[in-house]
Write a protein that binds this ligand. Structure first.
Ligand SMILES: [Mg+2]
Length: 121
C-alpha cells in the first residue's frame, strides 16, 4: 500500500510513520509538508495512494482546504485527519467534507491499530 503522510511538523510525520510501520512494514510512504503538497502528490499518484493522513494546521494550504480539494479530485479518497484541533466544529466540518475519521494527536500504536481494525480505511 502507498500512504501519504501530511504534516508541517517533521517530528509529527516521523512519529506517525513509526507507528504506521509497526502495522504496515512494507508500505510505501510519501511525505508532504503542507496541504498543497499533499494535494499535488495525490493528483499525481491517486491510483497508488490508498490512504492519506492529514494534519489540519499547516502553512501554505491547511488541512481543511486540502481535504476539500482531494475529495473533489477523487470522491473515493480515504483521508484520515490527525490533529490536535479536535473541536466539535472542526470535526463536523471535516467529516462533512468526507474525512473517514479524526484521530487526536499524538497518534499512538493503539490508535493506529484501532483505525486499521475499524474497517474505515
Ligand atoms: Mg500542523
Amino acid at each position: 500500500m502507498t500512504v501519504l503522510v501530511t504534516d508541517d511538523s517533521l517530528l509529527a510525520r516521523k512519529s506517525l510513520i513509526k507507528v504506521l510501520r509497526e502495522l504496515e512494514p512494507d508500505a510505501e510512504i510519501i511525505e508532504a509538508q503542507n496541504g498543497l503538497e499533499a494535494y499535488e502528490y495525490y493528483c499525481k499518484r491517486s491510483r497508488d495512494i490508498s490512504l492519506v493522513f492529514l494534519d489540519l494546521t499547516m502553512p501554505v494550504m491547511d488541512g481543511f482546504e486540502a481535504l476539500e480539494k482531494i475529495m473533489a479530485f477523487d470522491s473515493q479518497a480515504k483521508v484520515v485527519i490527525v490533529s490536535a484541533d479536535i473541536q466539535p466544529k472542526s470535526q463536523e466540518r471535516v467529516m462533512g467534507a468526507g474525512a473517514k475519521t479524526v484521530i487526536p494527536k499524538p497518534i499512538s500504536s493503539d490508535k493506529m491499530r484501532t483505525l486499521f481494525l475499524s474497517g474505515l480505511v
